[in-house]
Write a protein that binds this ligand. Sequence first.
Ligand SMILES: [Zn+2]
Ligand SMILES: [Zn+2]
Length: 253
Amino acid sequence: MSEWGSGQQRQRLPELLDVTSSGLGLLDEKMLLLVFRAANWDPFLLCTSARVCKRWADILKRVIWKEFCLSRAPKMVSHLLSGGRDGGIPGGWEPLGKLMFYCPGCHASNHFIAKTIPGHFVWKTKFSRTSGKQFLVPQCQADILYISKICEHLDNGDDDDLGLYRGIFRAFGTSKTRRMLLERGAKLEENELCPFCCDKVWSMNDARLVPPSAIKGLGAYEDNVEYFVCVNGHLHGMASLISASDSEFSAEE
Ligand SMILES: [Zn+2]
Ligand SMILES: [Zn+2]
């Protein structure tokens, strides 16, 4: 019998509290997995826990965000993983997790005129690869792009209603879209970064890779659509939506 008593839990207490221990301390990966699983991989908890210490941040990046992504969109994530070369996700798990629950807002850019909208949390978003096809030019239809449902930011004043959307390419590194961006000599933007991985982005408008099907699918005005793709294959975009009063589908009575 140990000095801590006969119960197994009580025997392990010193080890659990020993944060300097390499494998059995409170910071142990398995322990964190159990805690976050019990919290259903709550993204708020994940974000705040990353600030506790570097070791927690590392475990979150490497293990916990992956579990979050698998829990929220298992089919999409499995499909994305099967397109990777080393069993990983380009850009990492944390940016993919952020893409699932964060609408990044928008601001004016070269091809987009609008007021600034701050980013915000989204509880649940559906991603569709069928909708993704609409955002690909005919030469790139073999690529696979998952696009979120539009997050509508309706305006009560004189400004346009805005639609924001985000997405991710599968196997972007070997995609036709990336090849076309490079062949066309598209330059990486100087004043825009990916809101998910903070890496550099291309403007699809500048590269003339916004097809009419994207504008139609969004229900947007032709001259005010923009989307960016980052070097890791994340997409974020914005569009001015045709208002109900301009549309034949007006539901006004
Ligand atoms: Zn939004
Ligand atoms: Zn990115």
